[in-house]
Design a protein around this ligand. Structure first.
Ligand SMILES: *Cc1c(COP(=O)(O)O)cnc(C)c1O
Length: 368
């Protein structure tokens, strides 16, 4: 591909000194787990989000799983999840033994549609788990109002939304707690798997701190059936090196997204991402929608332009969930999005020229 969907190599080139320093700091310290780097990163990340607590964990999936576990969600309970999104969100629910209850997306933002929430709430519902998909926050005031009315817990999936804002408040500070992923390709990415929980609830944070380390407060005394889900010193140090760059790198994504919007506006047959007036997205992905998606992807690929589909199969139709009895047609909006969405190249090191080339190719495809 001449234009990849995302290239991670330039990130190291730009931050070589900081990342090399981080590596040497950890190697020279001889301390590899649950040390100073993690504590410092947790403090710095919590401050950047505007919450009281950050607990570093092994990955985004376990971040959400640990929150649900700590909140006491388990077998017999239901958690409302987006029908359109990544399977990790659903798996966090399934892995604590609870049942994911899918909610169709808003057809303009592709995020969980709050207007459809109330109808899904039952006596078993314990929590709502919205994703801030593609870097755009879900409509959290609407979701929180419904949750408050029914006494439900709100867990954000903030894996794609580091630095995104909703009415001025950062993703990760919009519900009772959030699960964050620092998978390498995310807006804030480590150099291996990594994740965190953010929350302003001290009791929840404390419990997760123990749950991530075998449920132990004092070594070899185990109070809970915990997990091994620790964020390593090396990854914490890398994340500390990258965190000060997050706002600048998100800013580059915002500029590139604006450029796509200008260049692709009013093309018949193409839907561009919609940004509500209250939202400040960070463009983890730039996702367009068209009925001619497969032909467009093939055309761009032949032109050397890398794209991806996030996501080609909605979770309810994945083989992993075959046992639940869902079938095609159960969530038609999510299924339609799975057929029509396409993610274009975007990242902190994507250039304006690359956006121009991709846009010209798309215009040519639709005008031909
Ligand atoms: C990446 C991602 C996750 C999972 O994060 P991991 O760190 O890979 O476990 C969860 N939800 C969404 C929306 C994601 O994009």
């Amino acid at each position: 591909m001449t234009i990849p969907i995302l290239d991670l190599k330039p990130a190291y080139e730009e931050l070589r000194r900081e990342l090399d320093d981080a590596y040497h700091r950890v190697m020279n310290s001889g301390w590899l787990l649950l040390g100073q780097e993690l504590t410092c990163f947790e403090t710095e990340y919590a401050a950047s989000v505007g919450v009281q607590h950050c607990v570093g964990v092994a990955n985004g999936l376990e971040a959400m799983q640990l929150v649900l576990l700590a909140h006491g969600v388990g077998p017999g309970d239901e958690v409302i999840v987006p029908a359109h999104g990544y399977i990790a969100t659903w798996l966090a629910v399934s892995h604590v033994g609870a049942t994911p209850v899918p909610c169709e997306p808003d057809p303009t933002t592709f995020n969980l549609d709050p207007a459809r929430l109330t109808a899904l709430i039952t006596a078993r519902t314990k929590a709502i788990l919205p994703i801030h998909l593609y870097g755009l926050t879900a409509d959290m005031p609407a979701i929180n109002a419904i949750a408050a009315k029914h006494g439900l817990f709100v867990l954000e999936d903030a894996a794609q939304s580091h630095g995104a804002r909703c009415h001025g408040h950062a993703a990760g500070a919009l519900g009772h707690a959030a699960g964050v992923s620092f998978y390498p390709s995310k807006n804030l990415g480590a150099l291996a798997d990594a994740g965190a929980v953010t929350t302003s609830d001290p009791v929840l944070a404390d419990k997760i701190r123990h749950l991530r380390n075998y449920g132990s407060k004092v070594r070899y005394q185990h109070e809970y059936l915990g997990l091994n889900s620790r964020l390593s010193e090396l990854q914490a140090a890398f994340l500390r090196a990258k965190l000060p760059k997050l706002a600048e790198w998100n800013g580059r994504r915002v500029a590139l997204a604006a450029r796509y919007h200008t260049q692709l506006k009013s093309l018949g047959g193409l839907q561009l991402p919609h940004v509500p007036s209250w939202a400040e997205p960070v463009w983890h992905l730039f996702v367009i929608r068209t009925e001619r998606r497969d032909a467009l992807q093939k055309y761009l690929s032949a032109a050397g332009i890398g794209t991806q589909i996030h996501y080609p199969t909605p979770p309810h139709l994945c083989t992993a969930y075959a046992g639940h009895g869902w079938k095609p047609g159960d969530f038609p909006l999510a299924e339609q999005l799975a057929r029509e969405v396409l993610s274009l190249p975007i990242g902190p090191h994507t250039t304006a020229e690359q956006v121009d080339i991709v846009s010209a190719a798309i215009r040519h495809f639709f005008n031909a």
